[in-house]
Design a protein around this ligand. Structure first.
Ligand SMILES: C[S@@+](CC[C@H](N)C(=O)[O-])C[C@H]1O[C@@H](n2cnc3c(N)ncnc32)[C@H](O)[C@@H]1O
Length: 279
């Protein structure tokens, strides 16, 4: 399997905004998020559903795969993965991890922006799709992505999309307690500008209703799971490390409230399970 280097940068054009943003943090990403206590706690929710819906022998398309944490996880379950990301830096890290952790893993890492999925030209239909931790929040228009996905998945394929929510209860309460009103409600307008060093990236916060509409009629929404409802957002890592027992209790609570209507859309992320709609 090879790591391609096409698609994220147009020939001679400017770099993809996400690539410019994430290249600069690729080397630190695993330390800052993947191996953080909060990152691990939030990922557990996505993994338990992924392990339940994808099966041994499946071939899954992963969007915005970052440093390959989920691709490596899926490959350990006997699932082949085509894993794409706009950031060449992230894909370099992912390739490095694969070489060290699972050299035989059936994973193809590719530098490919989600907006350029048509370039995949896969000669096969994927058995499922995974997009974890807000890569889709960096995409301006998700409707063409939905159309493109509908062309490359088999009937019944589970599509798992984990995105930032519009309303995060933890974020509101935390920043209000710090007297930072603007940060507390920064998701409410539906978009915000996030600084990655010198690079400013627009992050969008579509509601579940909006996402459902964007992915229909090609896909039907099958389930909604909260991710990071009781567990706080990752910028509270220093706090979480000081309070390991509290975090463990919050994770136990999370496993319950992540399924509660009302609560499940108030976390840091929400995980949608969609399926191609039957004709
Ligand atoms: C927060 S990281 C999540 C990475 C990984 N999915 C994980 O679970 O750790 C977001 C990732 O989305 C990627 N990304 C953002 N916008 C993208 C786009 N338009 N196309 C492809 N990848 C994108 C970034 O490069 C980054 O690797």
């Amino acid at each position: 399997m090879t790591g391609g280097a096409m698609g994220a940068v147009g020939a001679g054009g400017p770099p993809h905004p996400a690539a410019a943003a994430f290249d600069g943090m690729a080397e630190r990403y695993d330390r800052l998020f993947t191996h953080s206590v909060i990152g691990r706690a939030q990922r557990e929710a996505v993994r338990s559903l992924a392990a339940a819906v994808f099966a041994l022998g499946d071939h899954v398309l992963e969007l915005n795969c970052g440093t390959g944490e989920d691709a490596l996880f899926l490959s350990r379950l006997g699932i082949a993965v085509t894993a794409c990301d706009a950031s060449a830096g992230m894909i370099r890290e992912a390739e490095g991890r694969r070489r060290l952790e699972a050299p035989q893993a059936a994973i193809e890492f590719r530098v490919l922006a989600t907006e350029n999925l048509a370039e995949l030209r896969a000669p096969f239909m994927f058995d499922g799709v995974l997009s974890n931790f807000a890569g889709l929040n960096c995409v301006t228009d998700l409707a063409p992505v939905a159309r493109q996905l509908s062309l490359c998945v088999r009937p019944g394929a589970p599509i798992l999309l984990c995105v930032f929510t519009r309303v995060c209860l933890w974020e509101i309460l935390w920043f209000l307690s710090q007297g930072q009103l603007r940060k507390a409600f920064r998701r409410f307008p539906g978009r915000s500008t996030v600084a990655f060093g010198e690079v400013a990236l627009t992050v969008r916060y579509p509601t579940v209703r909006r996402l459902r509409r964007l992915f229909s009629p090609a896909f039907a929404l099958r389930s909604i799971t909260g991710v990071g409802v009781a567990v706080p957002p990752s910028y509270l890592e220093p706090w979480a490390r000081r309070h390991p027992k509290v975090l463990r209790s919050l994770l136990r609570l999370d496993r319950i409230v992540r399924h509660w209507p009302g609560f499940r859309v108030l976390g840091d992320h929400v995980l949608l399970r969609l399926e191609p709609a039957r004709p």
